[in-house]
Design a protein around this ligand. Structure first.
Ligand code: MF3
Ligand code: CO
Length: 264
């Protein structure tokens, strides 16, 4: 079973530092979003992120990340997951083409504090089905964030996300979850996008910071890992989308930390 969780609370000052980190992460994601077009490779997007990160003095949380023993360290600073790829797609020679959807996931630390965020972007003109999936996933993230407030329990987030996603005829991935964020990218607790009554369900308190990241499939929720040991695809090859924000629980409610610095 699970050992009792220890969720590290962040002070108001620390949350301000995370807001700055989150601002850089958000701004770099906007640069990447604007660079997405038919013909660009996922490796070129990674190079843009790497250069922008260095220019701003940040440190990648992804590059050289070891997920489990025996799996090669992650080679990129972003993950690029195209169409039926859900998460952890490795950037490289793949050329994006009109109609694709690409999930861009980016986590970095600035002054010792992490921001972790992601978006899914359409390449040129996309199908109405792909647009619907992206809209549902983005809305699911907003609905989950809304629950990140004192007085609620952790499972309120997953319950709200799952209920909404399933009401829209899509499914929520179970095998990967959100997580606590702080000085490290992955802290306790796990933040699932569904309800598992077996998991711990702590009360939310001001100072908790979570990465909420619904991964939503147009088809079934089942996943498969490719032979590169990183890329995760839908078992039924249906399309998948993902959006992520780093969010602080404050006494006034949820505060999104991964927004451009000139917002709010
Ligand atoms: N946003 C993903 C996560 O929170 C990114 C992990 S990619 C890795 O788990 F390369 F760092 F593993
Ligand atoms: Co994350």
């Amino acid at each position: 079973m699970y050992s009792p969780m220890s969720i590290v609370l962040k002070s108001t000052k620390q949350i301000e530092k995370m807001r700055i980190a989150g601002g850089h992460v958000a701004e770099i994601l906007l640069i990447l979003r604007d660079a997405v077009r038919p013909g660009i490779t996922t490796g070129e997007l990674n190079a843009i992120a790497e250069q922008e990160l260095a220019r701003r003095g940040g440190v990648s949380c992804f590059k050289n990340y070891v997920i489990h023993e025996g799996v090669p360290p992650y080679p990129g600073v972003i993950c690029t997951s195209v169409n039926d790829e859900i998460v952890h797609g490795i950037p490289g020679k793949r050329v994006l083409k009109e109609g694709d959807i690409v999930a861009l996931d980016f986590g970095a630390s600035f002054d010792g504090w992490v921001g972790d965020s992601g978006i899914t972007v359409g390449v040129g003109k996309i199908s109405p089905q792909a647009q619907h999936l992206m809209d549902v996933t983005k809305r699911a993230l907003e609905i989950g964030i809304e629950q990140a407030r004192p007085g609620n329990r952790l499972q309120a987030i997953g319950r709200a996300v799952q209920q909404y996603v399933e009401s829209q005829g899509c499914s929520v991935v179970r095998h990967y979850t959100g997580h606590g964020v702080g000085r490290k990218m992955h802290e306790e607790p796990l933040v699932p996008n569904y309800v598992d009554p077996q998991m711990e369900n702590p009360l939310l308190r001001p100072g908790m910071v979570f990465a909420i990241e619904p991964m939503v499939n147009a088809g079934k929720p089942d996943t498969r890992e490719l032979s590169d040991r990183w890329t995760v695809v839908t078992k039924d090859h249906s399309l998948s989308a993902y959006f992520e924000h780093t969010v602080a629980v404050t006494e006034h409610g949820p505060r999104i930390l991964t927004l451009p610095r000139d917002v709010e």
